[in-house]
Design a protein around this ligand. Structure first.
Ligand code: ADP
Ligand code: MG
Length: 695
């Protein structure tokens, strides 16, 4: 009996090991690049391209312009010319002619050539007597019998030790020739024409081996579009589902609104008023609110969150506020206690370091609905925390949490409303791409009377003068921070180095002042005590790690010394500085740094150049790229294969619009012509986005 014919899908799932020329050894190397099947190989995209100048025969070479020749290495000749200098000559035989590549003082280049190997040289040829020569040409080794493409555009793949570029090219080419025809078009009929997209069968070979730049552009556009479209479909499906979920409508009636505002100690800013209106209108609906509030450090997000929480409590539902650090949770707790002193609101705080008995009692009260407002850390997410009737969840400093975590609070009754807050402004492309299902509010202005912080990038030579200034301000009654990065691998070493830094300040420049020390690994009560002393002014200078980065609000603190500034990211530096721009006194921040790279130098210059967090976020985005900054992985999503949010903003907008239109017509991708799209959405995002029961 004959084995049954394999389906195209089965063929594409063939392990690469069974491809011609692969075998177990190569398969092992490919596996390191996460290439296991034929399909993986086809979708293993180049990270860049080699662009070779116009190809010529030796007889047709001209002096003065960039040209490419191809030949076989016939001789490699490395000669010392004295005084540590050398010349490398590589003779290429090109048919019946010869060309010599010449390198001065680069002896290591000799190792890149082997006798008999086919290579191309790309450079400016020069006639030397009877022969042609090129000095320091670009070199691209070709595989046996490999032709360089007429377009001169060669793919450059990510590699792993032991795998050569030409071998990778050969494997991919072979896979395309034998199997690209098996790939099914994922888009329904008519879609490609309507959106001016190339079919997959045309785009895939061209992204690997483009016949010209325009074809590469089109191929890339098609594949980027597909990748972003699938993600946008997933977000749209999830959003559609959320719209079917019920939430308790929590309307801000005039009476409730007045009762809440009476508690506030200051006039709200224009931005705060607008944001509160947006939130109140969301919460009045019987669907769960899903809103992201972004506002620079110190823009006054807390009070907006308090409004939303009190609105939930006014409707006899519970509200939970989650902060990423214990210090910040404590601070929110204290702010709320002060604000709500004398009110009926029953509050509790839930953090990791609680005693078992105390914690169990609290959990019972939360489950029984005897607590209205819970402030905590990620301890609130623990599975044994069960709410009676959770109306609202606020997540502060969202960039420290995964987006996924918002799904995991447990409550009886309807789904809660969600408010997520962040001080790291998220560029629009990222918001659209990764948070497409969130509404967005922005606090643009800061509370009145805010003083700017002056920031200085300083060197050791300025240290004396800076400490003089620092001490002067302390004597005037201000307070300050000294921030030291954690650089040691082990916690013990890190704690020791922080202690050393503390000692040298206490016995050095700050010896006349009252110092305190705080870091993430201290016991909660210890941290509390130190922060309380700092807040009361008992401690004048707080020496700390970046644990004070988020949210800490002590308006009298206006001085900050940042040590080893090159070790902090831009967002982090800006957050740190945010600690000293919170009151009516001007702030002063000095960054001591030893930038080791161009990027780190640019980062520091941007930091001292502006205090605008939105501007800094853009710089960071441009310097580091969205991958690192708002990595898909960080949000629990698989990484992009071709799309680049910095570059592909336009395609993203298009894909997003189109995906929303498609979902508006077929909310669960149930139509037969969408079956393949549905399968792709599930395969890629089903798990990460809890879409598993689609279809
Ligand atoms: P962030 O947005 O960084 O969380 P906070 O909510 O901590 O900022 O607010 C920073 C400081 O500004 C706090 O001391 C807060 O009391 C104060 N604040 C907030 N809104 C106003 C306002 N409208 N008028 C005056 N002070 C305000
Ligand atoms: Mg805050």
């Amino acid at each position: 009996m004959n084995a049954p014919e394999k389906t195209p899908a089965e063929m594409l799932a063939t392990p690469v090991q069974f491809l011609k020329g692969v075998g177990p050894r190569w398969a092992g190397l490919l596996e390191r690049l996460e290439i296991e099947t034929l399909r993986d190989l086809l979708f293993f995209f180049p990270r860049d391209y080699e662009r070779l100048a116009e190809r010529r025969e030796v007889a047709g070479l001209e002096e003065g312009t960039l040209q490419t020749v191809r030949g076989v290495v016939e001789e490699v000749d490395l000669r010392n010319t004295g005084a540590g200098k050398c010349v490398l000559g590589v003779l290429l035989r090109c048919g019946n002619d010869y060309l010599r590549g010449v390198w001065f003082n680069q002896p290591f280049m000799a190792d890149r050539f082997a006798f008999g190997q086919t290579v191309v040289f790309s450079g400016k040829p020069k006639r030397e007597g009877m022969f042609w020569a090129m000095s320091h040409p670009r070199v691209v080794p070709l595989g046996d019998g490999e032709e360089e493409p007429p377009s001169g555009i060669l793919p450059i793949y990510p590699l792993t030790e032991g795998l050569k570029q030409w071998k990778m090219r050969r494997l991919v080419r072979q896979a395309i020739e034998s199997h690209a025809g098996l790939l099914d078009e994922v888009f329904p009929p008519g879609f490609l024409e309507a959106h001016r997209l190339w079919p997959l069968g045309r785009a895939l070979p061209q992204i690997h081996f483009p016949s010209d730049q325009e074809s590469l552009n089109q191929a890339r556009r098609r594949l980027v579009y597909q990748e972003l479209f699938i993600l946008q479909l997933a977000l749209a499906v999830r959003r559609g589902r959320q719209q079917e979920t019920r939430a308790t409508p929590l309307e801000a009636t005039a009476r409730i609104d007045a009762r809440i505002r009476r508690l506030f100690p200051f006039e709200l800013t224009e931005s705060q008023r607008r944001t509160i209106a947006e939130i109140a209108s969301d919460m009045a609906r019987p669907l769960p609110m899903n809103r992201l509030l972004q506002g620079d450090v110190g823009s006054g997000k807390t009070i907006v969150a308090v409004y939303a929480m009190l609105l939930a409590v006014a409707h006899q539902t519970q509200a939970a506020l989650m902060a990423p650090t214990e210090i910040l949770a404590r601070q929110h707790w204290q702010t709320l206690q002060k604000l709500l002193a004398g009110s009926q609101v029953r509050m509790a705080t839930l953090t990791g370091g609680m005693a078992a008995k105390e914690r169990n009692d609290l959990l019972l009260r939360i489950a029984a609905g005897e607590v209205d407002l819970i402030v905590g850390t990620h301890a609130v997410l623990h599975e044994d925390v069960q709410f009676r009737n959770l109306g609202l969840v606020v997540i502060d400093e969202q960039h420290k949490f995964g987006v996924r975590q918002r799904a995991t609070l447990r409550s009886a009754g309807p789904a809660p409303h969600y408010l997520v807050m962040t001080a790291t402004p998220i560029p629009r492309t990222v918001t659209l791409a990764l948070f497409g299902d969130l509404e967005l509010s922005t606090l643009r202005d800061s509370p009145p009377g805010r003083q700017k912080v002056r920031t200085y990038l300083v060197t050791e030579a300025d240290r004396q003068r800076w400490w003089d200034f620092f001490r002067g301000k302390l004597r005037e009654g201000r307070q300050g921070y000294v921030v030291v990065p954690l650089v040691e691998e082990s916690e013990q070493l890190a704690a020791a180095s922080l202690a050393t830094a503390y000692e040298s300040l206490a016995n050095g420049p700050l010896e006349a002042f009252r110092l305190g020390l705080v870091h993430g690994r201290m016991a909660p009560e210890e941290k509390d005590a130190v922060m309380a002393d700092f807040r009361s002014g008992e401690i004048q200078v707080l020496v700390s790690t970046s644990v004070i980065e988020v949210g800490v609000d002590v308006p009298n603190a206006t001085l900050m010394t940042i040590e080893s500034g090159e070790r902090f990211g831009l967002a982090q530096l800006h957050q740190l500085r945010g600690r000293i721009s919170r009151g009516r006194y001007a702030g002063y921040c000095s960054v001591f740094a030893d930038p080791q790279s161009d990027e780190s130098q640019k980062r520091l210059e941007a930091f001292v150049g502006t205090t605008d967090g939105f501007r800094l976020a853009e710089v960071d985005f441009a310097l580091r790229g969205p991958g690192e900054l708002f990595g898909t992985r960080q949000h629990g999503l698989p990484p992009f294969r071709v799309a680049d949010l910095l570059r592909d903003a336009e395609i993203l907008e298009e894909a997003r619009r189109d995906a929303q239109a498609l979902i508006a017509a077929d909310s669960e991708l149930a139509l037969p012509e969408h079956a393949l799209l549905r399968r792709m959405v599930l395969a890629r995002y089903g798990k990460a986005m809890d879409l598993s029961d689609v279809g």
